[in-house]
Ligand binder design. Structure first.
Ligand code: GLU
Length: 309
């Protein structure tokens, strides 16, 4: 029954694939098959459901910003992070420099490139990339996560815009430590290879307040609450507002085609669909989630009565 609903959700999203395009500004991402689509759901009671291309590896891209923010909050603390990076949606593209220009301006939030490069600079002197890789495997319950060297090389060969952002941040005193090392750390985090299943694992950790399925606490409650709030307000590029209205599930997308979603206390959801809408979100994935949200009453602001009905 639940599996049937997931299959239907995916088939609702699939026709929209033709309206999307894979990202090509990082050449290696342009090699993805735009027709792929998959969804995995890991529930709190231990049950798991999947449909479609859920074992395909793809690069996590911006979804790594969720992992980095969580680690930064744990290691550097709330004040250090949010003294330097805002909590507001930017309304601009993820790689925009526009709002960084004004005097006193900081990155708008940790889910866009400027904010995430700043966050990378806070973490990098304290936690090595190798340790971040281990944490990512642990958070996602996936030991198969590795650095995709091809994506990393491809992204570094076209990194000029992110380098410009990083140096602009350095000129404003937002970068902590070495700017090139922060940039390298940021790009490596974006180049981790995951599957829809790994994202469902990460979603479940967030849905379960930072406690993994074995009962071990990996993240503090406060960290998880902050991360999920920022995902809800800023996680879907400059479609975050519309997504919050239509779907209402804290989520984060990446230009590799992934979407990470978490339904508090209930389930983690991972999507793979590399055909993107014009804002950079998986187009088939977005419609799949909208269908699921409507049919399972997953919207965060649905009333409790409606959820029980
Ligand atoms: N690595 C990508 C970039 O910096 C991440 C973009 C994304 O997924 O939003 O451009």
């Amino acid at each position: 029954m639940f599996q049937d609903l997931i299959n239907e959700a995916l088939e609702t999203g699939r026709p929209y694939i033709k309206e999307g395009e894979v990202a090509t500004y990082i050449p290696e991402l342009g090699r993805a098959d735009k027709n792929k689509l998959g969804i995995s759901i890991f529930c709190r009671d231990g049950s798991r459901f999947s449909c479609g291309d859920t074992k395909d590896r793809f690069s996590i891209q911006s979804i790594s910003k969720v992992i980095s923010l969580a680690v930064a909050l744990e290691v550097c603390g709330f004040d250090m992070v949010f003294e330097n990076v805002g909590m507001e949606p930017s309304g601009d593209a993820f790689n925009s420099l526009i709002k960084l220009e004004g005097s006193n301006s900081h990155p708008y939030n940790p889910m866009i490139n400027s904010g995430a490069i700043a966050v990378a600079s806070f973490i990098e002197p304290k936690v090595s990339f190798e340790e971040m890789l281990k944490l990512a495997r642990c958070f996602c319950q996936d030991d198969g996560i590795v650095l995709d060297e091809k994506v990393y090389g491809s992204e570094m060969s076209t990194v000029a815009r992110n380098r410009a952002i990083a140096y602009l941040l350095e000129s404003k005193g937002v970068i902590n430590g070495n700017v090139e090392e922060a940039l390298d750390f940021y790009v490596k985090m974006c180049s981790l290879s995951v599957t829809a299943e790994s994202l469902a694992g990460l979603g479940l950790l967030l849905a379960n307040d930072g406690v993994d399925p074995s009962g071990k606490r990996l993240l503090n409650s406060d960290t998880v609450r902050v991360v999920k709030t920022i995902m809800l307000t800023c996680g879907m590029y400059d479609r975050s507002g519309e997504f919050a209205v239509r779907v209402g599930i804290p989520s984060k997308s990446g230009v590799g085609g992934g979407i990470l979603s978490c339904v508090g206390g209930r389930m983690g959801i991972g999507i793979y669909g590399p055909a993107l809408d014009e804002k950079g979100n998986s187009i088939g994935g977005g419609y799949t989630l909208e269908y699921l949200s409507e049919h399972l009453n997953l919207h965060i602001l649905d009333s409790a009565d409606a959820k029980e009905a």
